[in-house]
Design a protein around this ligand. Structure first.
Ligand code: GDP
Length: 545
């Protein structure tokens, strides 16, 4: 089952739980049955899945028997169950999660106030590539790649070189694969495409000599990130491992990365252990997670070896390399967004051209200012220029699910592009006052009918028409509320839909889309606020890769 399907299946199971009137062992059993069978179909190890089931069941049963928790509402219980499952899914892809986040868990379990969002823990405590390895500016940092032929090693070398180049490092590639005919040509072609200097030889047959000479030459030219691609096959496994050790001794890498193809599923564990013994690598890149049925199995199997996954490969393009962070990964998988991934993209953008506005915005947030709708609009326009949109869209909370994908590796670029364009149109129809607000203008009680520029019964009729077109349930409720409130002379929410309706009309969208836009903006703003100040993503952004 491809990852987006896995996410969708688990999400559906959560939604089913939302629809059950009471949280009891039967409804939780049903939830776990669906979650576990989805995981098994994704080739996750049976023992790991059984372990998840047992642990969640124990937590749920403790919650149901806990007298002090008897005053929890059903919504709060549901949120807690979701959080139990969510946390165990994160542990599947990061066994250190439980230890690292004990404090965070204690805090979140005491403020679980109900509703799905309460069930979803968010960064700032996500680790990422820079926690695993942070190249030093102004110094040579040598990275050696190992892995079997066909795993995506050469492609990943170039992807990583591009990643660091975009973050302002002077980066070069060395091809030390002399075994496979055409390896140098492939690296040369990829490197040229990405405008990355490369080193290799058509005549030299000794990989140790090439790698030493390549690294020496790049060091002499003050390169900061030097990536060495090694061979992935030999006549005998022993020869391959011997060669790896010799290259290692010659170039003395600061980091050795192993590349693993997701299609091997849970066999990744054995392969990973074999390479670990031979090459002593420090981090892993799991490739081909775009659309491989065994992706969940591969990631959880690698995680079981407790070697950090640094990146995941999500496509054949050179930009299809995503930093791996367990918690945002699961969040995105379930269609709940990945703000830290989005921030990575922003960081990349900032390094490339250093947009002044971006810096101003960060400074404002650091000083406690509001992340406004205008700020969100700018982020959206920037994101749209980054592509591929289907992948980036999955990072925006709620957007992956809206596009019909579970999040990771969403398929539909066109749909994502048009969805984002419509979001921009919505902001185009907002007044400067609305753009510079935190969105509360759309929900704040408005005292005078004149405030909204004459939204009146005519507007109500339009809402009725929209009802006919099948607009959101929320919009319908609002129409009914409007009628009720009109009778009671307490027009609290009438003005809110007035604004939303005006924006919808001006932008050629629907009230539902405007409300969805505001909902997403609020989620993003809430997360930005949480991660704001000197901590979290600001630090990430100013600290380089
Ligand atoms: P190597 O032999 O390990 O160096 O593998 P290559 O880099 O030559 O990759 C083998 C094939 O896998 C190529 O066709 C790549 O385009 C493809 N590939 C590499 N990474 C990914 C990925 O993340 N997703 C997909 N779909 N294909 C990939």
């Amino acid at each position: 089952m491809v990852l987006s399907d896995l996410g969708r299946r688990i999400n559906n199971a959560f939604n089913e739980l939302q629809r059950t009137p009471t949280v009891d062992s039967a409804s939780v059993d049903q939830l776990l049955k669906s979650v576990c069978s989805a995981l098994l179909e994704s080739d996750v190890n049976v023992k790991l899945v059984a372990d998840l089931r047992t642990k969640v069941k124990a937590q749920v049963s403790a919650m149901l028997n806990d007298k002090s928790a008897s005053n929890l509402s059903e919504a709060q219980r549901r949120a807690k169950v979701q959080k139990f499952v969510f946390d165990h899914l994160v542990q599947l892809v990061d066994p250190n999660y439980a230890e690292n986040n004990a404090a965070a868990e204690a805090a979140s379990s005491s403020d679980s106030k109900g509703g799905p969002s309460a069930a979803v823990p968010q960064p700032p405590h996500s680790s990422g590539p820079s926690d695993i390895f942070k190249p030093k500016k102004g110094k040579p940092n040598v990275i050696m790649f190992v892995g079997l032929q066909g795993s995506g090693k050469t492609t990943s070398c170039t992807k990583l070189a591009l990643y660091y180049q975009k973050r302002g490092f002077k980066t070069g590639l060395v091809c030390a694969d002399t075994f496979r005919a055409g390896a140098f040509d492939q690296l040369k072609q990829n490197a040229s495409k990405a405008n990355i200097p490369f080193y290799g030889s058509y005549t030299e047959t000794d990989p140790v000599a090439i790698s030493s000479a390549g690294v020496r030459s790049f060091k002499a030219n003050r390169f900061e990130v030097i990536i060495v691609d090694t061979s992935g096959r030999h006549k005998q496994e022993k020869e391959l491992f011997d060669e790896m050790r010799e290259i290692d001794a010659a170039v003395e890498p600061d980091l050795t990365i192993m590349v693993l193809d997701a299609s091997i599923g849970q066999a990744a564990e054995a392969q990973s252990r074999a390479f670990k013994e031979a090459a002593g690598y420090g981090a892993i890149i799991v490739t081909k997670l775009d659309g491989h049925a065994k992706g969940g199995g591969a990631i959880s199997a690698v995680a079981a070896t407790r070697t950090p996954i640094m990146f995941i490969g999500t496509g054949e393009h050179l930009t299809d390399l995503e930093p791996f962070r367990a918690q945002p990964f699961v969040s995105k998988l379930l269609g709940m967004g990945d703000i830290s991934g989005l921030m990575d993209k922003v960081e990349e953008m900032q390094m490339n051209g250093g947009q002044e506005r971006q810096r101003e915005m960060l400074k404002k947030i650091e000083e406690g200012g509001t992340f406004t709708i205008r700020d969100w609009r700018e982020q959206l326009s920037n994101i749209m220029s980054m592509g591929p949109l289907s992948k980036i869209a999955g990072m925006i909370p709620g957007m992956g699910a809206m596009l019909g994908g579970g999040g990771a590796g969403g398929e539909n670029d066109e749909a994502a592009g048009s969805k984002m364009k419509r979001m921009i149109y919505i902001t185009d129809s907002m007044t400067p006052e609305e753009l510079d607000s935190d969105g509360s203008l759309f929900t704040a009680p408005i005292k005078s009918a004149a405030d909204e520029g004459g939204e009146d019964e005519e507007g109500e009729e339009e809402d009725e028409k929209e009802k006919g077109k099948g607009d959101s349930r929320k919009a319908l409720t609002t129409v009914q509320e409007m009628k009720k409130k009109k009778k009671k002379k307490a027009p609290v929410k009438v003005r809110m839909t007035g604004r939303a309706r005006r924006v919808a009309r001006g932008s050629g969208t629907s009230v539902r889309e405007v409300e969805e836009f505001l909902m997403q903006y609020r989620m993003v703003a809430g997360m930005v606020k949480k991660m704001g100040g000197k901590a979290g993503w600001l630090k990430q952004m100013s600290g380089g890769a």
